[in-house]
Design a protein around this ligand. Structure first.
Ligand SMILES: Nc1nc2c(ncn2[C@@H]2O[C@H](COP(=O)(O)OP(=O)(O)OP(=O)(O)O)[C@@H](O)[C@H]2O)c(=O)[nH]1
Ligand SMILES: [Mg+2]
Length: 308
């Protein structure tokens, strides 16, 4: 029977001196004996405090939360399971059991804590709430999975399933990437309700909502290419076709009712429609290829499973 001895608590930190001591005390108090703090070169006392409270402190070789998580898991975790959370005391140790249960009972390989189940007042700005909602909707639409809170920083996963993911994000795109990889690679994923608390006053955010939100959107869209090519190429195709048609209508109306002819616009319009229709067709083809590819992969899986 797996236990807490199989779990490493992973906390990426950058300037969290205000809160990191509390976080480590809480988790040690709950029986976690391997707490790994991956520090991004904080210029406050984060690393000293973490070390003094009995955490294992390592320094990331690059920058950003994403790089810290990737390096932490691949190079500094030996145990089978990882419980990942932020160092800003916004997640509660009381939720740790619920996060780990599906893993330890082998019902899931990746667990996402849903912050919206119990979002405390002041924990998230209205702007971030709206951004999160749009991103979660978009994700469900493109990837066909409802994970409720794909950007959540409270996650539990098996190290093995993490290593199966293709991750490249350095910054706050890492949660998006993990969610996409869960959907794409069929990693068994469960969502559990958790509480999300406000940062204590005096502790500063590392998130730049507009810039990081933009990166997350781009990441989602880019990843749609291999998981939902019909959406990726189709949306561009529809946009291009519609623009072309709109210009065509304008050119037509001007020509019929005012007797003015717009040759250049007519060419642009024709070009937009042709490119758009081609993109659409390409999307359909890519979708077909992907479906066949998935069938093949499944057959391979079945064959190897029955062999072993
Ligand atoms: N190692 C490392 N950790 C980082 C870096 N940037 C952020 N973090 C940590 O990643 C966690 C999440 O960052 P936050 O700033 O809390 O981001 P957030 O939770 O989306 O935003 P808030 O709503 O302000 O809390 C925190 O523990 C940060 O200290 C970094 O460059 N390197
Ligand atoms: Mg935070």
């Amino acid at each position: 029977m797996p236990s807490l001895d199989d779990v490493t608590v992973l906390v990426p930190t950058y300037n969290e001196a205000e809160t990191i001591g509390q976080v480590i005390d809480d988790f040690r108090g709950a029986g976690f004996d391997d707490i790994l703090v991956v520090d991004g070169g904080s210029d406050d006392e984060t690393d000293q405090i973490a070390d003094a409270r009995g955490a294992r402190v390592v320094y990331q070789s690059g920058t950003g939360k994403g790089q810290a998580v990737r390096e932490g898991v691949t190079e500094h975790v030996e145990r089978e399971y990882v419980l990942m959370l932020d160092g800003d005391a916004t997640y509660r140790v009381e939720d740790a059991d619920a996060m780990l249960e599906p893993l330890l009972e082998d019902q899931a390989e990746h667990v996402i804590g849903n912050r919206f189940a119990d979002l405390h007042e002041g924990a998230m700005t209205r702007f971030n709430r709206i951004g999160n909602r749009i991103i979660n909707r978009g994700f469900a639409y493109v990837h066909g999975e409802r994970f409720a809170d794909i950007l959540s920083g409270y996650r539990a996963f098996s190290r093995e399933s993490f290593l199966r993911m293709t991750l490249s994000s350095d910054g706050f795109g890492i949660e998006t990437e993990m969610s996409v990889e869960c959907a794409k690679r069929g990693i068994r994923t469960t969502v559990v309700p958790i509480s999300y608390l406000p940062r204590p006053s005096g502790s500063d955010t590392n998130l730049r909502p507009v810039r990081d939100g933009g990166i997350i959107f781009l990441e989602l869209y880019r990843r749609a290419k291999t998981n939902n090519p019909l959406f990726y190429f189709g949306s561009l195709g529809v946009f291009s076709t519609l623009t072309g048609l709109l210009i065509a209508v304008y050119v037509g109306v001007e020509w019929v009712f005012a007797g003015i002819s717009h040759e250049v616009l007519a060419v642009v319009s024709g070009f937009g429609i042709i490119v758009g229709v081609q993109l659409l067709m390409f999307g359909v083809l890519a979708d077909l290829i992907l479906t066949l590819h998935r069938d093949t992969l499944q057959k391979i899986d079945e064959t190897t499973e029955s062999d072993s």
